[in-house]
Design a protein around this ligand. Structure first.
Ligand SMILES: O=c1ccn([C@H]2C[C@H](O)[C@@H](COP(=O)(O)OP(=O)(O)OP(=O)(O)O)O2)c(=O)[nH]1
Ligand SMILES: [Mg+2]
Length: 158
């Protein structure tokens, strides 16, 4: 059992306190690899093999209670993307503050030829916790003018 699993966990880490339950106590909490990293790595609790083009909803073994006014965004890891073409179908996944279920990652193998094998405990994605506003949508008859107006989808050229 590692330090994080012991009954006296030691000093709390710095940052926004986020209660986490480990549904799989043998795997670590989400972890930042370096000070200053935006994403805390999430681990797969299962071995996964993805054929080219295949997707799978992969459990991470953690459940969170994000504070109101925050969101967890599940981003791909660039190393897995560059080496194996592994991404996330719904990137970035949205973990709502009120969600208490297991965080899962909808991985996809975008490599056209090679299958990819991910082993239990490997880091498969990263969770970016951000403040988020709740909008109050107010219906109006006309919108205020803006410099962009209705231009979009490449309206500014290449
Ligand atoms: O990558 C993800 C995306 C979502 N979720 C969980 C947390 C989130 O709060 C919940 C719902 O996600 P979302 O709102 O994106 O999915 P939905 O299709 O709109 O489902 P629902 O009707 O439950 O809102 O599923 C994850 O664990 N991982
Ligand atoms: Mg939803």
């Amino acid at each position: 059992m590692d330090d994080q699993a012991s009954s006296s966990p030691g000093p709390l880490p710095t940052g926004l306190p986020v209660p986490v339950v480990r549904l799989d106590p043998d795997l670590p909490l989400p972890g930042y690899a370096h000070p200053g990293d935006a994403g805390a790595d999430l681990h797969t609790t299962v071995d996964v093999v993805l054929a080219p083009g295949e997707r799978a909803l992969v459990p991470t073994g953690i459940a969170l209670a994000l504070p109101e006014g925050y969101v967890g965004l599940v981003h791909p890891r660039s190393g897995l993307a560059a080496r194996h073409g592994v991404s996330i179908v719904n990137t970035p996944g949205t973990v709502d503050a009120g969600y208490r279920g297991e965080v899962k990652v909808l991985l996809v193998n975008l490599d056209p030829r090679e299958p990819v094998e991910l082993r239990r405990g490997e880091r498969i994605a990263q969770l970016v916790v951000q403040r988020v506003e709740r909008a109050a949508f107010v219906e109006v008859d006309a919108l205020p003018d803006s410099a962009r107006g209705t231009g979009g989808y490449g309206s500014t050229g290449t």
